[in-house]
Design a protein around this ligand. Structure first.
Ligand code: NI
Length: 399
């Protein structure tokens, strides 16, 4: 296997380990499993980690696997590295030789690579330990925003001093890494609004309280939150993603249901979006003689990387990829990422790892054609392992 990556990265991976990681990634890609159903994936990762003789190895939160890799000093602070493992309900159209054989399920977000590079980081840390122990977290259910919370609730990360994770990204070439302070992902909350009126014959609208007309007005009014209420300098999104109501062309239904997503980068804007959706839905409902039943869910918070942990990650990435290998994000990412739940409790840094092969296209995650370049496995594994070492040394006072 040849690679264009710097020798300082590739020399860490003996040929047998390279082949093993590539085979694992292909196997996971070929057998994707949906959130909370990652049984085969978890069993496979558990078996692979067992070969490293970890201090401890356990299954928690259903399909999460937690391995503790021994550091040089058992008393030094413990840091954690996380890779998510779940797939999406998408029919794969990559044409890869190792494309999904689980019909309608696909690793369209690169979590096959994330799981593999977490395992790779475990290998590297077993071979060249950090100051303190490193907990490697293979986390399920990122796509539904539940896995990180379940791992936290299990207590497996009790006492962890810093946590690091990363996502593949084809907007960046293999060998480029984003490891920077500041906003990296948006909050991702949902709303579910039922507008309830009174159905009638389509020919006699005066006998109805028409939720279809109310829903039309509501969709327009919700778009004024970002355009008229949010400071233009603050990123925000209000999207109505589904609308359902009615059964026939000549029947006014009783009810229309709308669901959507809210994205923001700061807590003030996030709160404003929630308040305004509720206020506008109630006001529009009242205008059209309807009742609004509103459910708002606070899901993943934004990720805002703190200075100290970002500096550790940046230093580690630069030491492997050179200064030119660490690049700015360069755009506002309104995607959500459930790693944010860890960072509410534990300081850390979330990175983006370039996954576009030379000459390759920029393909968005969650596309049926998405795949991450194979070499991104090695960059992710090496950068996460080295970040863990740098953080561990700094926390242990050895930096
Ligand atoms: Ni993802």
């Amino acid at each position: 296997m040849t690679s264009l990556l710097p020798p300082i990265v590739m020399s860490q991976f003996p040929e047998a380990l390279r082949a093993r990681l590539v085979a694992l990634r292909r196997d996971l890609h070929c057998h994707p499993e949906l959130s909370l159903k990652e049984e085969r994936t978890a069993a496979k990762l558990h078996d692979e980690l067992a070969l490293l003789n970890p201090v401890s190895l356990s299954r928690v939160a259903g399909t999460a696997v937690i391995a503790r890799i021994k550091g040089r000093d058992p008393k030094a602070p413990v840091v954690a590295v996380r890779g998510d493992i779940d797939a999406l309900p998408i029919r794969e159209a990559t044409g890869l030789e190792y494309a999904s054989t689980n019909h309608g399920v696909m690793h369209a977000c690169g979590h096959d690579v994330h799981a593999t590079w977490a395992l790779g980081a475990a290998y590297l840390l077993a071979a060249n330990p950090a100051a303190g122990d490193v907990i490697v977290v293979l986390q399920p259910a990122e796509e539904i925003g539940k896995g990180a919370q379940a791992v936290l609730a299990s207590g497996a990360l009790e006492g962890v001093a810093a946590i690091f994770g990363a996502h593949v990204d084809r907007r960046f070439a293999v060998g480029q890494v984003v490891a920077q302070e500041g906003p990296l992902a948006a909050s991702a909350d949902t709303f579910d609004i039922r507008l309830v009126g009174a159905g009638a014959h389509g020919a006699r609208p005066h006998e109805a309280a028409d939720p279809v007309v109310g829903a039309g007005a509501l969709i327009g009014a919700l778009q004024t939150i970002v355009s008229r209420r949010v400071n233009p300098a603050d990123p925000a999104v209000v999207t109505v993603g589904s609308i359902h109501g009615g059964t026939a062309s000549n029947v006014i239904p009783d009810e229309v249901r709308l669901t959507g997503t809210l994205r923001a980068m700061d807590p003030h804007t996030r709160r404003l979006l929630h308040d305004e959706v509720r206020r506008i839905a109630e006001a529009v409902a009242s205008t059209y003689r309807l009742t609004a039943h509103i459910e708002m869910d606070w899901n993943t918070p934004p990720i805002v990387n703190p200075a100290r942990e970002s500096a550790w990650a940046c230093h580690a990435a630069q030491s492997l990829l050179g200064e030119e290998g660490v690049v700015p994000l360069g755009f506002v990412n309104m995607g959500g990422e459930d790693f944010a739940f860890y960072m509410e409790k534990i300081p850390g840094c979330f990175l983006r790892i370039g996954a576009r092969e030379p000459g390759g296209e920029v393909i968005p995650a969650h596309s049926p054609k998405f795949h991450a370049a194979e070499d991104s496995i090695f960059v992710g594994a090496a950068v996460l392992a080295e970040t863990a070492r740098v953080a561990s040394a700094a926390l242990a006072g050895q930096a």
